[in-house]
Design a protein around this ligand. Structure first.
Ligand code: ADP
Length: 420
């Protein structure tokens, strides 16, 4: 079966078409600037070894129009206004088709940010599910409305195809109350559902299952998963199930990230708001978008911050020290919470690719039995063990694959009505 994966943002729509017979990506792309003030749309599309960029050509005023652009591209329908830049010679029209007919799409899987406490697993989308995603808008004010636009757009253009919702928060719903509650009066939890939810759940779930399989971990294994990208989060997993995670009611909490500050004293919000004459919303926007590596070192990209560190810039040195220090404290606290740790896994952009960042993250943790072998770390490609054989704790790099995890759930639900 061929499955279309949709990840809708407020003005963008990312998609992948996956052939589940061999779990290969047939085509993928990104539509940007949907319905923006200047209503022009950009499309980037990759299939096989080919790539196109289409600029300012097909206008997509909303997600439904963006979806129909995507479907036209997948079936290779001629679009009068389409002109492709293949980065070779003059822009020209090409046949982008990878399927002959839309009926080849067996199901659609949607990434949905916030499932609140309602969703502990992926599910087939019906009116009740849509209503529940709507109810969770206060918890995911930017993403849930966009996700709903993606779902509605697909229902419009592919009315008879099963649609599945896969929630970023669902994997973390196994956390016990002592981990997910905040120590504020109970009514804020009972009335407003203020608690820790956690994010990147699809990635943590994929890695957790893959680690048990790949490392041949015994029952009740204790694993710390470090999803380190532009957004970063950690999870502590016992027997494959999440018992704690570093993001909170929103993705702002926890580690020092590309543009997010991570954990700090919440009183800082009022303090800055008063002193700088800013609203709480403005302070939180600063904490989400202008902080972390960007706020400390002037750049959100770990590669660039590393280059500045190597050039001797003190701001970059401090940013990297803080990035590693906070991460290390979380690793230590999760080992304490689980009564030990059997494996530490690195994943996502930094975790999979940044050799030195992995060493910074665990430097000094040898006392806990966590060691990295420099040669193995430097040579790690794909799934790779980077701890020495005598290390008490196994340390691995496992590339994440959120789209595949979404596609697997979508296939299961579309064919059997259940998730594995
Ligand atoms: P997002 O949260 O946006 O999905 P990613 O998982 O793509 O983020 O991670 C982006 C981060 O990964 C950036 O900080 C970038 O510097 C880092 N990164 C990506 N590729 C490499 C690489 N080859 N070497 C070192 N760091 C990398």
């Amino acid at each position: 079966m061929k499955i279309l994966i949709i990840n809708a943002g407020s003005s963008s729509l990312k998609y992948q078409l996956i052939d589940m017979d061999n779990e290969s990506v047939i085509a993928k792309g990104l539509v940007e600037r949907i319905g923006t003030v200047d209503p022009t749309t950009d499309l980037t599309y990759t299939w096989g070894d080919k790539k196109i960029k289409e600029k300012h050509l097909k206008k997509a005023k909303n997600h439904a129009e963006a979806m129909s652009v995507v479907l036209d591209v997948l079936v290779g329908k001629d679009r009068q206004d389409a002109e492709y830049d293949l980065n070779e010679g003059e822009p020209h029209l090409v046949n982008t088709g990878v399927i002959s007919d839309l009926s080849e799409i067996g199901a659609v899987g949607h990434r949905v940010l916030h499932g609140g406490e309602k969703f502990t697993a992926s599910c087939l989308i019906d009116d009740t599910v849509i209503a529940a995603i709507e109810e969770n808008i206060p918890l995911g004010p930017l993403h849930n409305p966009a996700n709903l636009m993606g779902i509605r757009a697909c229902q419009e253009v592919l009315p008879n195809v099963p649609q599945v919702a896969v929630f970023d928060t669902a994997f973390h719903q196994t956390m016990p109350p002592k981990a997910f509650r905040y120590a504020i009066p109970n009514e804020y939890y009972t009335d407003l559902h203020i608690r820790k939810y956690g994010f990147h759940g699809t990635s943590h779930r994929y890695i957790s299952a893959r680690a048990i399989e790949l490392l041949k971990l015994p029952a009740n294994s204790r694993v710390i998963i470090c999803h380190l990208g532009n957004g970063s989060s950690l999870s502590a997993c016992v027997d494959g199930k999440c018992v704690d995670t570093s993001m909170g009611i929103t993705p702002l909490d926890g580690l020092v990230m590309g543009t997010r500050c991570g954990t700090l004293d919440p009183a800082v919000v009022e303090f800055i708001a008063n002193r700088k004459n800013m609203t709480p919303t403005e302070v939180l926007t600063m904490m989400n978008k202008k902080s972390g590596l960007l706020g400390l070192a002037g750049d959100s990209d770990m590669r660039n911050v590393t280059a500045r560190y190597d050039a001797g810039e003190p701001e970059a040195k401090l940013a990297i020290e803080m990035w590693a220090y906070v991460l290390k404290k979380y690793i230590g606290s999760y080992a304490a919470a689980m009564g030990g740790v059997d494996a530490v896994i690195f994943t996502a952009g930094i975790g999979e690719n940044h050799v030195r960042a992995r060493e910074w993250a665990v430097e000094g943790l040898e006392f806990m039995g966590i060691k990295v072998d420099h040669e193995r770390n430097v040579n790690a490609r794909g799934e790779a063990k980077i701890s020495p054989d005598d290390s008490k704790v196994q340390v691995w790099v496992i590339p994440t694959n959120e789209e595949l995890a979404i596609a697997r759930d979508t296939l299961d639900l579309a064919t059997t009505g259940k998730v594995r």
